[in-house]
Design a protein. Structure first.
Length: 398
């Protein structure tokens, strides 16, 4: 949480008008929490981005670098050992914070990974009847048992396929006649970038000097997946695909930069901690077997060239084995929000858990994707109505 993030939350509070205190916390190892869970930048990542390196080799190099960082941090601060990171521990930290603040009654709003953390908080509190947890709103639900490297072939395949279908409703995608043609355009672009990567200088948002970035096929896939989170960015994906196949020179570079610049800068943003993310992801999710992963590649072949090496090169092989997070239904009344176009936490996940959870309500938004509350202002403005009376049916903005 930096000053810019705090300012955004202050704006959010004004729109939501919850008439309640808002508590924000950086989980251990992230944001402004101490000790910091990062290593000094030795420039290795920027050197990698200048080179045309295959995905398998790039994964291997990145994992070796991250493992060195883990080992170095653990020697300096035992509290930063990966064995002390995970959703179970973060939930315990947040419960301790709430107890110190002495609130008699409180609610949880979780988005994406925050929904998983919220559910674990509820589970840990379920043994105590006087916890004060009144209700939860879970936006883009990411429950235990879903996600992790094991599901990557399905998630990437489904996300790209969803883009092919959904993008056709946007003007920039009208250059193709159907989703199959858009699919062929993407596959052609990946083939072109594999044989002829495109290099460019990318402007940095932190004021540092611009950075040279070589766009090859697997980095292009990563940038596309990052942009798929928000349908408002889908036209940028379509423009970039078109630029690779049908443009050249400065015109091609400018169209590609629209997609690549946000991707690069998000990766450079200190607010996203890849070390903490990896440690938590490995702690929460069962690694599964290589045999099952290979079967998943067979079932979801569209992007198999870009998912086949992920199981072998996941850092979880080298991190301490932990008890993985288990799925539990919430005790507190819960409102689930999901966008039908969400490629990252698919609405099918929300539908599946809603069927199991008796005290949950589900709102599906037809044309929205990840993080419903970031685009559905009506729901945001009416959240307080659910928090006021969570036992009642939430019928607003339907």
């Amino acid at each position: 949480m930096d000053q810019d993030g705090i300012n955004k939350w202050m704006t959010w509070m004004t729109v939501a008008n919850l008439k309640r205190d808002l508590i924000l916390m950086d989980p251990r190892g992230t944001g402004l929490s101490l000790p910091k869970f990062n290593c000094a930048d030795d420039g290795e990542q920027s050197r990698l981005w200048r080179q045309n390196i295959g995905l398998s080799d790039e994964l291997k190099i990145n994992n070796e670098s991250m493992m060195k960082c883990f080992e170095s941090l653990e020697k300096q601060f035992l509290a930063l050992s990966p064995k002390y990171l995970g959703t179970e521990i973060s939930a315990s930290d947040l419960i301790n914070l709430i107890q110190q603040l002495n609130y008699k009654e409180w609610n949880i709003l979780g988005v994406s990974y925050g929904t998983r953390l919220a559910l674990e908080i509820d589970r840990q509190l379920s043994a105590n009847a006087n916890t004060g947890l009144k209700s939860m709103v879970l936006d883009s639900v990411y429950p235990a048992g879903y996600g992790g490297v094991q599901t990557w072939p399905q998630v990437l395949d489904s996300a790209i396929s969803g883009f092919f279908t959904g993008c056709l409703n946007q003007p920039e995608c009208k250059k193709v006649n159907n989703s199959n043609q858009l699919k062929e355009e993407l596959l052609t672009a990946l083939k072109n970038l594999n044989s002829n990567p495109i290099g460019m200088n990318i402007r940095r948002w932190d004021g540092e000097a611009s950075m040279y970035f070589l766009v090859n096929d697997h980095r292009f896939v990563s940038a596309i997946f990052a942009a798929i989170y928000d349908p408002r960015d889908w036209s940028d994906i379509a423009k970039a695909i078109y630029a690779v196949n049908h443009q050249s020179g400065l015109q091609q570079e400018e169209q590609l930069k629209i997609l690549i610049e946000p991707y690069l800068n998000r990766n450079l943003n200190s607010q996203f901690n890849s070390l903490a993310f990896t440690a938590v992801d490995c702690a929460d999710n069962a690694m599964g077997s290589e045999q099952d992963y290979v079967q998943s590649l067979i079932e979801f072949p569209l992007m198999a060239d870009y998912t086949k090496d992920q199981w072998q090169h996941q850092l979880c092989h080298q991190l301490p084995e932990k008890r993985h997070l288990q799925l539990h239904g919430p005790q507190a009344p819960t409102l689930l929000l999901s966008g039908k176009n969400d490629p990252v936490t698919p609405s099918a996940w929300a539908v599946a858990v809603h069927r199991q959870w008796k005290n949950s309500q589900l709102i599906l938004r037809e044309n929205l994707a990840h993080s419903v509350l970031s685009t559905d202002i009506c729901l945001l403005e009416n959240l307080s109505r659910f928090f006021d009376e969570p036992e009642k049916e939430f019928s607003y903005c339907q």
